[in-house]
Design a protein around this ligand. Sequence first.
Ligand code: G
Ligand code: G
Ligand code: MN
Ligand code: NA
Length: 250
Amino acid sequence: QSLFRDVRQALRQKAFALVYQPIVNAQTGMVIGFEALSRWKGAGQRNLSIGKVIDTIAETGSGLEFDFWVLENACRAARRWPVPLWVSVNMTATHFSLPDIAGRIFQVLAHTGLEACRLQIEVTETQALEVGPRVHHAFRELEFRGVGIALDDFGKGFSTLMYLRQFPFSKIKLDAAFIQDMLQDARSAAVVRNVIALGRDLGVAVTAEGVSSPEHCRHLQEQGCTEVQGFYLGRPVPEEDVPLFWGRRV
Ligand code: G
Ligand code: G
Ligand code: MN
Ligand code: NA
């Protein structure tokens, strides 16, 4: 209960911050975008993951407000960058069943002045994506305007193949667990190889998450992976350090 109370207070005090993790083109090595990730110093003090804190935010009933706070701030930050890199924002899957979620996202783009093609929304497959007409409509509107939609943590949850069949995702983010094991474990390697092939067949980009060594990078490049993300390419950094990555080839 005290976490619940502290999170509510942190929300009121706007005590959250965003950090940005670079995402790199696996073939050219160029930084092409950043994922915005939330941080709260109270989480570190309690030895809690930000994921747990975000679950608590949802319990307080502020999940939608929080995701839009992140979206707004990430769009503002990207708008300030003098290079046209994109920014990727996590959004809770259940929000896609709310009325006019796409319209609300477009409003944020309009008043921050960020071009639609510089925004990507990540939807985690570990939460149920309700297969209703509203979700389809929202995805189609986002796709039509050029906002990217990534299926996050692919392989970690369930019914992901159904999602790929039903929704116009522009990207698959393959869960870090497969990347971390692929050089020692033939089964993980087979999943990585075949998800990359699936992406190619579907015309969907594939981002490998949790890339933590040059060996990971080389293997993924050889397999034809589209993008790589992980500590080897760059840790999440505060906004003022984002320029360190501009034009950088890894
Ligand atoms: O930042 P870190 O890698 O610890 O993130 C852990 C989890 O929390 C990831 O699944 C990530 O997608 C999620 N997460 C981080 N920041 C946000 C956010 O701003 N909104 C939502 N909905 N999820 C986030
Ligand atoms: O769930 P999502 O994939 O959106 O969040 C990414 C999470 O993974 C963040 O908490 C980020 O800090 C973490 N992360 C990113 N790269 C690496 C990595 O190379 N190794 C590990 N262990 N964690 C990573
Ligand atoms: Mn993500
Ligand atoms: Na996520």
